[in-house]
Design a binder for this molecule. Structure first.
Ligand SMILES: [Zn+2]
Length: 309
């Protein structure tokens, strides 16, 4: 199993950590545990993605908004704090996220060149889009990555792409980004009772699995497995947004999976993609509880042990 990690992924605001339920240093926790596992090889991005590359993806209005602290506060769902500067936010939060985007691009590039699975423990910012940023997502890493891979010639514009989104929230940013691109297939399993509730983006999903709030692990896995059976075989590349906010202990996601259920989910995902021979990059997605890191460690270890990478 190849895991993509950089120490620069971690978001540590010191005394201001209480502002958001997000465990910003979970990446370090995951790395520290997984590095004991001989079956796991780490791959590291060499730099964060540049703002030039981000700007290529964004609308002109958004190129200004991502440099404005009030817009960033709103997207991060924290109150506006007058004494915090944009440069503080950029250094402490946005730069780590741009490292996460670089990890997604690295994973997708290596998966296309070498085949197999690359697991970026950051990224998966599925609420961001060209025209907006919201839900703790500033940069749509999948959209940026797809654009750069087409630009470099590693992907053709009409190559079939698969996005599987198992985060508890509907991936409105990816649906919006690829609204008109029918070469991109979206499979999205999400809590239908929570944000984001836009019918416009939900209707874009090719294989939707909307679940009622409080859905248990067994039901989730059964419905998800049925959805995986609807996939075709000829995708050039798969992105997976593997959020751990589906855990019962997560106050935001509103679903009732336990750590074993999430590990089982990732095994189902990778088995389905491996059977079809699809190069894959997995992305961290959301996960706000203290169990998130533990759950990612368990899932990656379980997939590595089962040799489904
Ligand atoms: Zn989420």
């Amino acid at each position: 199993m190849k895991v993509i990690y950089s120490k620069h992924y971690n978001i540590n605001l010191g005394l201001l950590n209480y502002l958001h339920p997000f465990d910003g240093v979970k990446f370090q926790t995951i790395y520290n545990e997984l590095k004991k596992n001989k079956g796991i090889e780490f791959v590291e991005p060499v730099d964060s993605v540049s703002m030039d590359i981000v700007d290529e993806f964004l609308s002109s209005i958004m190129q200004h908004r991502v440099r404005n602290k009030n817009g960033i506060f709103q997207a991060l769902e924290v109150p506006r704090i007058p004494f915090i500067s944009f440069s503080f936010l950029d250094r402490k939060i946005l730069t780590p996220m741009r490292w996460g985007v670089a990890g997604t691009i690295l994973g997708a590039t290596q998966a296309l060149e070498n085949g197999g699975v690359y697991w970026n423990i950051s990224g998966g910012y599925h609420h961001a889009m060209q025209q907006n940023m919201e839900g703790f997502c500033i940069y749509n890493d999948i959209g940026i990555c797809h654009q750069q891979l087409v630009k470099s010639g590693l992907l053709a514009p009409d190559d079939k792409i698969l996005i599987i989104d198992t985060d508890a929230h509907h991936g409105n940013g990816n649906a919006y980004t690829f609204m008109e691109n029918k070469h991109v297939t979206l499979l999205d399993v999400y809590n239908a009772g929570i944000y984001p509730t836009s019918g416009y983006t939900r209707d874009r999903v090719d294989i939707p699995v909307p679940l009622p709030p409080g859905t248990d692990g067994q039901t989730y896995l059964r419905k998800y497995n049925d959805a995986l059976g609807k996939l075709e075989d000829d995708y050039r590349l798969a992105f997976v947004v593997a959020g751990t906010d589906t855990l019962l202990s997560d106050k935001v996601g509103g679903l009732c999976l336990d750590i074993d259920d999430v590990a089982e989910r990732e095994k189902l995902t990778l088995t389905a993609l491996k059977q079809r021979g699809i190069p894959t990059v997995i992305l961290g997605g959301g996960g706000y509880s203290k169990d998130s890191a533990k759950s990612v460690i368990r899932a990656i270890s379980a997939c590595a042990e089962s040799n489904i990478d």
